[in-house]
Ligand binder design. Structure first.
Ligand SMILES: *[C@@H]1O[C@H](CO)[C@@H](O)[C@H](O)[C@H]1NC(C)=O
Length: 448
């Protein structure tokens, strides 16, 4: 649910590559190391970097600094059709700190909501040669990181998640994509976002419609769908862990409202575990059991049915660690929904209790999520506000017209109108989130 991008209105400057590569701004990927852990041998550091998603980058003519895209509009001369546009336009390098408010210490990454006219950002973990994304398979493993959400109020979302993008961002498959992973191409997720400017090597200009709320975005006829594992979608008030699956493997374009929509390729709703929504109002938040006033560690375990790396994914467990104390996830307090982890049984019971269709099971459930990991998924970190639903699905009553007494409607203590983008951007532009200390390894190897 994090696909609604607020694009920067970039100042004009120097060179780039659209789906080509531009060179007017030097691209220096911020460093971001991760640790690979073993049960007995400790952890080893791997040096990586992150790269900014292509949608946020300056897109200009390969010949000069003429914009290919400004605000909500494509340049008609440079972009007469999808293929010519991809050939004529270049994605440029990014000034991470200056333009986007993204800073790194090497192992801690801080993302700021608003910097100048830029709102939000999304980055991907890039491998050692800075050519391809790092691919993760978390089956029978755990993924651990530290987060500081103390400066992330209602209406905002600091997200850490995995999507089944192509390892090279689509560069080898699509001839008109010369930029690839180093320039953050190839994004997809379970919302099948249509605001992506280039999909499968072509500009998404057909049917391009300016967004009604956001002066920097629009949507084309094509969406970009894929499996998505939301490890962490959260702010200081609420948090959710949510697998979303699709009925197609890998990144895939959708071109009809049906295919891109709720009844289409992907399970847009997912199967979420949000402690507040599951009835425990004292577990997560400022001064609560997991105290969001200070940093804490999030452990997410991907258990397989037979306890091997190749078995079907059968359970997603959550553990927190704060000030040296290991805190098991809260249990469901909803009638007829038991447990403190995500299993196919939990999802079925939760959907029934809340009166929702089980769109997750309909597309294969946890086993399908595990299959996506086996093929490999890309690590995403982002900060965003929500032009579609004002983040109410995370931290406030949602849907807006439902009775707040109905089980599952209230997701956190935020007011129904607290996530209006124009308000959060003007009042909380300096909001930020910091992710650090990423670790991956067998179950039980990354925390104590
Ligand atoms: C919420 O979770 C905490 C920690 O697991 C627990 O001690 C407390 O009893 C729970 N509260 C409710 C209302 O379930």
């Amino acid at each position: 649910m994090h696909s609604f991008i607020a694009l920067a209105a970039l100042s004009l400057g120097a060179g780039v590559l659209g789906q080509q590569v531009g060179t007017l701004t030097t691209e220096t990927h911020p460093a971001m190391s991760i640790s690979r852990c073993t049960k007995t041998g400790g952890c080893t550091t791997e040096d990586h970097t992150v790269t900014l998603d292509a949608n946020w980058r300056w897109l200009h003519s390969t010949a000069d600094s003429t914009n290919c895209y400004t605000g909500q509009t494509w340049d008609a001369t440079l972009c007469p059709d999808p293929a010519t546009c991809a050939q004529n336009c270049a994605l440029d390098g990014a000034d991470y700190a200056g333009t986007y408010g993204i800073t790194s210490t090497g192992e801690a990454l801080t993302m700021t909501l608003k910097t100048g006219s830029n709102v939000g950002s999304r980055v991907y973990l890039l491998g050692p040669k800075q050519e391809n994304y790092v691919m993760f398979n978390l089956k029978n493993k755990e993924f651990t990181f530290d987060v500081d959400v103390s400066n992330l109020p209602c209406g905002l979302n600091g997200a850490v998640y995995f999507v089944e993008m192509d390892r090279d961002g689509g560069k080898s498959e699509f001839a008109d994509n010369k930029a690839g992973a180093p320039y953050g191409t190839g994004y997809c997720d379970s919302q099948c976002p249509k605001d992506i400017k280039f999909i499968n090597g072509k500009a998404n200009i057909d049917g391009w419609t300016p967004s009604t709320g956001n002066t920097n975005t629009g949507t084309g006829d094509t969406g970009s769908c894929c499996n998505e594992m939301d490890i962490w979608e959260a702010n200081k008030i609420s948090a959710a862990v949510t697998p979303h699956v699709c009925n197609k493997a890998g990144q895939t374009a959708c071109t009809t409202d049906t295919a891109c929509g709720a009844a289409g390729v992907c399970d847009r709703a997912g199967c979420d575990f949000n402690s507040y929504r599951m009835g425990n109002e004292s577990f997560y938040g400022a001064g609560k059991t997991v105290n969001t006033n200070t940093k804490f560690t999030i452990v997410t375990q991907f258990i397989t049915k037979d306890g091997t790396d190749t078995g079907d994914l059968s359970e997603i467990r959550r553990i927190y660690v704060q000030d040296g104390v290991v805190i098991q996830n809260s249990k469901s307090d909803i009638a007829d929904v038991s447990g403190n982890s995500i299993t196919d049984d939990f999802c079925a019971a939760q959907k029934t209790a809340f009166g929702d269709d089980n769109t997750f099971a309909a597309r294969g459930g946890l086993a399908a999520m595990g299959d996506a990991f086996e093929r490999g998924m890309v690590l995403v970190m982002s900060i965003w506000d929500d032009y579609a639903a004002e983040m109410r699905w995370l931290d406030a009553p949602y849907p807006a017209d439902a009775a707040t007494t109905k089980p599952g409607v209230v997701r956190g203590t935020c007011a129904a109108d607290s996530g209006v983008p124009a308000t959060v951007e003007s009042q909380n532009g300096a909001a930020s989130v910091t992710y650090s200390n990423i670790k991956v390894g067998p179950i039980g190897s990354t925390y104590s």
